[in-house]
Design a protein around this ligand. Sequence first.
Ligand SMILES: [Zn+2]
Length: 279
Amino acid sequence: MGYSERLDLISSIHIYMEPGCASLDFDEVAEYVAGLLPAAEIMLRDSLLDSWIDDDGLRVLATRLAMAKVRDLNRQLPAERPPLTGEITYEKRRLDDGRNQVYGLLYDAFAFSDICLDLLPPGKTCLEQLNIVFTNQLIGTWEIADRRYHARTIICGSPSIISISGLVEAPAKSPAYYLARRSAEAFGLAEESKVELASSFADDCLGPEDGRLTEVAKGYVMQAIVYRITGEAFCEDPGCRLYNAHWQRELLEAQFGGDYEYCRKHSQMFRRLAKDGKA
Ligand SMILES: [Zn+2]
């Protein structure tokens, strides 16, 4: 299947918001996408994880989340692992609370994605519709090379998942940041001080509730869309917003730096899409 046929198949893009991130303006993200893809219908949806309807649904969701939780970064999640009662209770309380607070937990990205897939309304997973789920939770994939989990910014698929905490935590910060953090930790660093520390490195890295997250989210939503169209989410040009940044500096450079938003190839592709809906 060629690019153009694939694009013809996306008629609507549903973005599931994360209510727990106040600094991300989803309306602005949706407007941006609509500007690049005028032929597609862009819909903002309420948080997917809040879509359970009764106690039974809540219990099932809490159990699945508890099973998807990575307990040890150096051990791959077993396919079947009975969750502890305490873990289920914890997830239930968090879901019931509705604020999706982040407590530094990491979930297996593919197990998390499966949970989201099952929460999508029936008929919403067809090829014509692209679903993008924002979450505050950290998601990670098991890497065979060094046999450990790595946090991710985005997992492209059905649905695609963008982790807001991942945008802050997954790409590595500068060595100077880690050095400063280590020495601060040696003196017993409180949670607020960590936020302060991150803001003193603001030129080099994103912090939690960073005002730049809206702009960064636009680039990552486009990665999910381009993945659906071309089968490739990422671009090799470090100046293109589709660049797969491994460092915070690279992420900021790709999303804010340089003279252009997208490389030549992707700019042309978006121009063709805007003109006649063909990639
Ligand atoms: Zn590009």
